[in-house]
Write a protein that binds this ligand. Structure first.
Ligand code: ZN
Length: 364
């Protein structure tokens, strides 16, 4: 086994991310793989996208006894689904595995008889999250491109925005839209709770903590405008979905708003954004649009993932206009840092309350 030369041409990224990838910080769960996407081109190049600043190891082993040479790359973070893909031309197969818990290995095994000189192999960092290795001297006859994931997503480097653009979302209770007092009842449903923390993201950020804080604030803001509020939970207890729905149906609510935070794999900190779901009622679509607009207002830079139809139980089985808002990704490097701050959770609360009040006033 020969270590392949690694050449880094660009500076590494933020210290926090670097620490995370080195496993120095205590993670809530085993960190997901730093390998985000890979491709072998028909010209015989291996291209990789990783978490920014990830430290890789690259190795070569000569073929022997009916077995071709192998090149492998080790990544921090554990692969979720080991797999083998058949190659083409001079490549016999590509294997993705976890040689030890908490690690990821990508192996390219060539056909017997293929000759590669390890002195010619270099894994070169071409951007903070991109890598390239040319298989010099490889005959590319019959080689078809193969890969998984999107190589061209942007780097996960992130800096906090220095300015917030002007917004129509109020920042004090006096700025909230007014509605006739005592006319409306709204059910606020903080997702998850108790033994079910919901999504857990960067730095152990828990969905349940975010959504309970935001929900309690939304309730107080609505009450300040004379809206009656029913909460499906007000503390860290686990409430099943059917009781949440039957409660909403029983109190004859004007609207039902379920508040959540989103998550995707820990290896996708580049995924951030706001989305709001409704089931089918056009009034629900209008409520979703009103909330989505306001939440986007207070989340500059976070992508608009849109107002979408969804089949979540709580919005499918409630009989009044109902929506489920995802206030950002606890696994996203942009959203998670914000969701972790009380100041942003307060802005979110004003945004959601304003959206609900605008809907009750007949607008969006
Ligand atoms: Zn959730």
């Amino acid at each position: 086994m020969t270590p392949v030369t690694l050449r880094r041409s660009l500076p590494l990224l933020g210290p926090l991310l670097a620490l995370l990838l080195q496993g120095v910080l205590v993670l809530p769960a085993r960190a997901a793989s730093a390998l985000a996407a890979w491709r072998i081109s028909s010209q015989g190049e291996l291209l990789l996208r990783t978490s920014a600043g990830a430290r890789l190891g690259a190795f070569f082993e000569d073929g022997e006894a009916g077995r071709g040479p192998r090149v492998w790359i080790d990544f921090p973070g554990e692969l979720s689904r080991p797999r083998t893909l058949p190659g083409s031309g001079p490549i016999r197969e590509i294997r993705l595995g976890k040689p030890t818990p908490g690690n990821t290995r990508l192996v390219v095994e060539f056909d017997p008889g293929v000759e590669l000189d390890p002195a010619d192999l270099r894994l070169v960092g071409t951007a903070s999250n991109r890598w390239k290795m040319e298989f010099k001297g490889l005959s590319t006859r019959g080689l078809r491109a193969i890969g998984e994931g999107d190589l061209n997503r942007p780097s996960v480097a992130w800096r906090p925005p220095t300015t917030f653009r002007p917004t129509t979302t109020p920042v004090s209770p006096e700025g909230l839209p007014t509605v006739p007092r005592g006319r409306y009842r709204v059910v606020i449903d903080p997702g998850h709770g108790g033994p079910d923390p919901g999504a857990v993201g960067i730095g152990g950020l828990r969905e349940t903590d975010i959504v309970l804080d935001v929900s309690l604030q939304v309730a107080r803001l609505l009450q300040a405008r004379g809206v009656q509020v029913t909460m499906t939970r007000t503390s860290e207890v686990d409430v099943d979905l059917p009781p949440r729905v039957s409660l909403a149906n029983r109190v004859g609510a004007t609207a039902f708003v379920s508040i959540h935070a989103n998550a995707i794999s820990m290896s996708r900190p580049d995924v951030n954004g706001i989305e709001t779901f409704y089931f089918s009622d056009p009034r629900s679509a209008r409520l979703a649009t009103a909330i989505q607009r306001q939440v986007l207002n207070v989340s500059p830079g976070s992508p608009n993932r849109g107002v979408k139809r969804g089949r979540f139980y709580v919005i499918r089985r409630t009989r009044m206009p109902s929506v489920l808002v995802e206030t950002g990704f606890v696994t996203g490097n942009l959203d998670s840092r914000r969701l972790a701050t009380p100041a942003h959770r307060q802005r979110l609360s004003y945004a959601i309350a304003t959206g609900i009040l605008n809907y009750l006033r007949g607008g969006s």
